[in-house]
Write a protein that binds this ligand. Structure first.
Ligand code: R5P
Length: 290
């Protein structure tokens, strides 16, 4: 028997996952104490009873509060008698700080992984920025590649499509989306990052004039990378330009930046529940859990 316990920001995905697994969804309350600390409770009347069960905690950690909330969910599951706690992290915050970039900095991904490890028997992370972050968890951690679902919302009539990644590191994502879509060329840009929000993109060699272009990345954060890519593609005469990502963080003015740059549509998944979350990773997560 499996029960799903959802973080406050992952409720749609948790419900979809419960559906996929034929599992029950634990009703819960998310609130705050008067001093601002987080309050979490599984429905208490009747008292939650998970004796001998597998409990799957599903929570994206896109803020410091969300990290703390995940620890509370894990503890509540144990407290209710779960025999096994499985933690699914649809979007792992701090995952991009996977090394100390300068002396004096922490390896933030490792720090949060250690904290999460204390409350779980196993961990699944959807498209972490680098799969190496899985090694920071002390129980077994498995990366789930959900990029294939990004082909689903794309129009079926793409004209001579080109699937691009904004840097060489994301080329496999672009290949996965192309393979799932079924046709098209794949290439990547060269990216130079100047700051947290400022990047330069050097055009790839592929000819994009008059063709539909799909740019895929693991995450859109500030939108700096994608808006630069869209700008270059617009200058080079691309027909329609779609941007797709697994994690539509869309921090600050990312949506506006992309719109101003001339994107035709933005498609993301429900690892982060945003207006552009056009497709669910539930089936990919369910397949990994079964
Ligand atoms: C970096 O290597 C990542 O794959 C993304 O390209 C990057 O984190 C996106 O950030 P932003 O939207 O702020 O440019």
């Amino acid at each position: 028997m499996t029960t799903i316990v959802s973080g406050s920001r992952s409720q749609a995905l948790a419900a979809a996952l419960a559906d996929e697994l034929g599992a029950s969804l634990a009703p819960a309350t998310y609130d705050r104490f008067p001093d601002g600390e987080l309050f979490f409770s599984l429905e208490s009347d009747p008292a939650p009873e998970f004796e001998g069960e597998r409990v799957v905690v599903v929570a994206s950690t896109d803020s410091s509060d969300a990290h703390v909330e995940l620890l509370l969910l894990q503890d509540a599951a144990r407290e209710a008698g779960a025999a096994e706690v499985v933690t699914v992290i649809p979007y792992m915050g701090y995952g991009r700080q996977d090394r100390a970039f300068e002396a004096g900095q922490p390896v933030s991904a490792r720090a949060v992984a250690r904290a999460i490890s204390t409350g779980t028997d196993s961990v699944f992370v959807v498209n972490p920025h680098e799969t190496d972050v899985c090694a920071f968890f002390e129980p077994t951690a498995t990366a789930i590649d959900a990029a294939g679902v990004l082909a689903e919302p794309l129009p079926t009539d793409l004209d001579d499509p080109v699937f691009l990644s904004p840097d060489s590191g994301a080329i496999e994502l672009a290949e996965t989306v192309r393979d799932t879509y079924g046709r098209g060329e794949v290439d990547y840009f060269e990216k130079t990052r100047h700051s947290g929000t400022d990047v330069d993109i050097s055009p790839s060699d592929v000819a994009v004039g008059g063709r539909d272009v799909i740019v895929t990345d693991d995450i859109i954060a500030t939108g700096g990378t994608m808006s630069e890519a869209v700008g270059v593609l617009t200058e080079r005469g691309a027909a329609r330009i779609f941007v797709t990502c697994v994690h539509p963080l869309l921090a600050r003015n990312a949506y506006t930046r992309l719109t101003k740059a001339g994107v035709d549509a933005i498609y993301g998944t429900d690892t982060l529940e945003r207006p552009v979350s056009a497709v669910s990773v539930a089936s990919a997560v369910a397949a990994a859990l079964e």
